[in-house]
Design a protein around this ligand. Structure first.
Ligand code: ZN
Length: 243
């Protein structure tokens, strides 16, 4: 997710601290979750045929409509990919990035609501995330690093409970509100192959459609010119990278 046209997103949303010891954004509350106490295996062969460096792909790259597959293990290569995802996110001034936005069909995303590479303790990795509870409703503007400069209001739950694994393979459960809840829902949608514009009102969609079509035209033109492989080839690559 991009920071949106409202620069500094995440700083002015009146988040309340659900009971933690005043963490910077007030909504990251990690608790152990016995129900979710699955142990992830450590694997050094997890990442294979991986092409580095990664880059953020734009709509309508097939990775963005691909349903990501659960990560089966944590490896040094996975750590590397995550680091690279954070770096790409920062250089694009984003606050969230899903693996399929860098053409990796894995169920994981990274978040740093501050968009500040110096604030490492605000970096969160969600591996195999599941939103287990949604409450309330709020509308706010969203953007997407895979669709730069396109923004639209999306209505989403304003309080979610998420279960996931961290980069050490440790399961956690977190209750999120406001911008954090929005980002996690936006990124989880990515893992299911859903773009934010599929969740806007008909009126907004009507406004966005010409801009989205520009991206489609540009992508198809680049495929014609051979600077981007065909959809079939891109899908083959995704298939080969599935865990
Ligand atoms: Zn996005």
């Amino acid at each position: 997710m991009s920071g949106g046209s409202n620069a500094g997103a995440g700083t002015g949303h009146g988040q309340h601290d659900p009971g933690g010891a005043d963490p910077p954004f007030g909504m990251w509350r990690l608790t152990s979750c016995p129900v979710f106490a699955m142990v992830m295996s450590l694997s050094s062969t997890f990442v294979h045929r991986l092409v580095m460096p990664l880059e953020i792909v734009q709509y309508p790259h097939p990775a963005l409509t691909w349903k990501s597959k659960p990560v089966k293990g944590i490896s040094p290569q996975l750590h590397e990919c995550v680091r690279e995802m954070f770096d790409l996110m920062y250089s694009s001034r984003g606050i969230g990035l899903a693996a399929n936005q860098v053409a990796l069909p894995w169920r994981l995303f990274v978040v740093n609501l501050t968009c500040d590479p110096e604030q490492k303790d605000e970096e969160f990795v969600f591996i195999n995330p599941e939103i287990i509870r949604r409450k309330g409703s709020a509308e706010d503007e969203e953007g997407c690093l895979s669709l730069p400069e396109v923004y639209g209001h999306v209505r989403r739950a304003d309080n979610v409970v998420v279960e996931a694994f961290d980069l050490q393979g440790i399961p956690f459960q977190v209750t999120l509100t406001d911008m954090a809840a929005r980002v996690v829902q936006h990124e989880t949608d990515h893992l299911d192959g859903v773009m934010f514009f599929e969740r806007v009102s008909d009126t907004v969609r009507h406004e966005l459609d010409p801009k989205i079509l520009d991206f489609v035209d540009r992508f198809r033109q680049q495929q014609k010119e051979g600077t981007i492989p065909s959809d079939d080839e891109l899908r083959e690559r995704l298939k080969a990278l599935e865990p």
